[in-house]
Design a protein around this ligand. Structure first.
Ligand code: FEO
Length: 397
């Protein structure tokens, strides 16, 4: 995709990434891809805002060159130091050493750590403005959205907010940048939620602080570092982020995430009975086989739904390892204050439930119920599973 003018004199010059399998080396994006959005503000003074991962440097520089000669760049604004934003900084510095890097004081330290860059770096303060004639940039400190050094940049005359990771999402561009032109809004909203929970959710309080800080700032375009550029309805992605961030402390939605793992299908049989019970109660349920589905795709459901039912067998005296992994990631992502219950099969001594119960305590999840069964489920076990699911769902209402 060539450079795209998003407002008069302001251009997207980013790149699509459809070859990285794991974002941050962790989160699968093989099918969805991701974009590294960067921008040129082309005034009498010229600024590049954000960069990209160190792939496709030629393509990135071609996009810049479509708009400005890199040797005419006055500034490079580094909103965030994570290398998906800064990977090509070394290359850019070789080509355009005259461009002054503008960034926060914390990022200045990281510039030295990541790239050994100390020269021609200027620290900007929260609220500081910079005249580019006719454009005016204002720097807005938004620590921990996503790292402590992170800021956003606001262009005052065209009311464009370069929001960095904030309001971003997975999903490479599908022929257009804009919310009003894309034909798959559901895809981008779903991938924004997955991105939010995978990448940003642990910092939900700072996200809410940033949204409050931006209250009253007139924004016509939200131009994040990943995903769609929101120009028709920028309030939509802000409200989604506000809602998702609110789930960290407040009540999430009425729904059950039904996580199960099964070695030989016995816990799966009971899972189906439990799902039937949840459905009978009229509560939405999302079902995941933790042995087969990457935790990246499971986290959004756990984040959004107030109930989590865990069904997994005992494995060598402990909880089935893929389930323990998912619950561990939930703890690392600070998904707290859910209601939970456990069921699972055992062959001799048990132990799966005990480990689950300990994990639930450290997650601060309220345990409502549990049951175990020996080997394969009997007809009574299946009936019990159905009632267990129904009662759990009723308790969420
Ligand atoms: Fe898009 Fe925190 O990196």
């Amino acid at each position: 995709m060539p450079a795209v003018e998003i407002r008069p004199g302001i251009y997207w010059i980013g790149v699509n990434d459809r070859t990285t399998d794991l974002f941050e080396g962790l989160w699968p994006i093989t099918h969805e891809g991701v974009s590294y959005n960067a921008y040129v503000v082309n005034g009498k003074k010229k600024a590049l805002i954000d960069l990209a991962k160190d792939i496709k440097a030629d393509e990135f520089l071609d996009h810049v060159t479509e708009i400005v000669d890199p040797l005419s760049l006055d500034y490079v604004v580094i909103n965030h130091m994570e290398p998906d934003h800064t990977g090509i900084l070394t290359t850019l510095r070789r080509i355009a050493p005259q461009a002054t890097i503008l960034t926060t004081s914390k990022a200045q330290e990281m510039l030295q750590g990541f790239f050994q860059i100390t020269e021609n770096v200027q620290v900007v303060e929260d609220g500081e403005t910079l005249e580019l004639d006719p454009f005016v940039l204002q720097f807005v400190s938004t620590p921990f959205v996503h790292w402590p050094e992170t800021m956003m940049t606001y262009e005052q005359t065209q009311r464009v907010l370069f929001s960095c990771d904030g309001f971003g999402g997975y999903g490479a561009m599908q022929g257009t940048l804009f919310d009003d032109e894309c034909s798959s809004a559901d895809f981008y909203e779903r991938e924004s939620l997955r991105y939010y929970v995978n990448i940003v959710a642990a910092f939900s309080r700072p996200v809410l602080r940033a949204i409050d800080k931006l209250e009253g700032v007139p924004v016509d375009v939200i131009a994040p570092s990943h995903g769609l550029v929101w120009r028709k309805n920028p309030a939509r992605i802000v409200e989604l982020y506000r809602k998702w961030a609110g789930y960290a402390q407040g009540e999430p939605e009425l729904g059950v995430t039904l996580l199960y793992g099964s070695m030989y299908g016995n816990s799966e049989k009971v899972m189906n009975a439990v799902a039937q019970g949840v459905s009978e109660a009229g509560v939405p349920v999302e079902i995941f086989d933790v042995g087969r589905i990457h935790v990246s795709y499971i986290l959004p459901a756990v984040w959004v739904n107030k109930g989590v039912i865990v069904g997994a067998p005992t494995y060598e005296g402990h909880l089935f390892p893929p389930m323990a992994h998912v619950l561990d990631i939930c703890e690392r992502k600070r998904i707290q204050n859910r209601k939970t219950a456990y069921f699972g099969s055992y062959a001799w001594s048990g132990g799966g439930y005990g480990e689950f119960s300990e994990l639930a305590k450290s997650l601060k999840w309220e345990e409502l119920d549990h049951f175990t069964f020996h080997g394969g489920p009997t007809r009574e076990d299946l009936k019990h599973g159905e009632a267990f699911g129904r009662q759990f769902a009723e308790a969420l209402k």
